[in-house]
Design a protein around this ligand. Structure first.
Ligand code: HEC
Length: 146
């Protein structure tokens, strides 16, 4: 009887999951998600930067009024050449060709960025899954100016 009572008392405690907290970031995979589909910088990636809503250039074009992303992050997002120059924190790690998971550009677009805030700074909305895959796969495919 005592043994039964004891096991009943202990049972709920044994079923408790260890509290490991929220995952900091989802696992990142450098592989191209769709090797049959080529991603183009000019057609698929740059328009995400340049759009007025949910984009980047209101803050990352030095010609825009109050371009806080350019002033405090040092990053211009108006062209391939400007992007590849990087920003104050990212510098040459802004885009590491073939390695989206090492690229600050991609990681700043996900929850749990390596420093500062998730981009766009004024989000949500943030980039959709399909838009994130464009950025990811463009870097995975070599980050060409195409
Ligand atoms: C409302 C303004 C705003 C918008 C829109 C915005 N940013 Fe930013 N961005 C900032 C600010 C402010 C910083 C500096 C603070 C930080 O790193 O969180 C920054 C920093 C960055 C950095 C780090 C630069 C460095 O090397 O230090 C990256 C990368 C970046 N932004 C990418 C983007 C992308 C890509 C978009 C569009 C999808 C975007 N941002 C949209 C304001 C903005």
């Amino acid at each position: 009887m005592r043994a039964l009572l004891l096991s009943l008392l202990l049972l709920p405690a044994c079923e408790l999951e260890p509290d490991v907290g929220d995952p900091i970031a989802e696992r990142c995979d450098d592989g191209d998600s769709d090797p049959d589909q080529d991603v183009s910088f000019a057609r698929d990636v740059l328009p995400l930067f340049l759009r007025e809503h949910g984009g980047c250039t209101p803050c990352h074009d030095p010609r825009a009024d109050g371009a806080v992303g350019f002033m405090t992050g040092g990053l211009e997002l108006t062209s391939h050449a400007a992007l590849m120059r990087g920003g104050f924190n990212s510098s040459r790690n802004i885009v590491v060709p073939g390695q989206p998971c090492e690229s600050v550009l991609y990681r700043k677009l996900l929850p749990g960025p390596p420093f500062g805030s998730r981009m766009p700074f004024d989000g949500p909305p943030f980039l959709s899954g399909a838009e994130l895959r464009f950025v990811h796969d463009w870097i995975a495919e070599g980050a060409k100016d195409d």
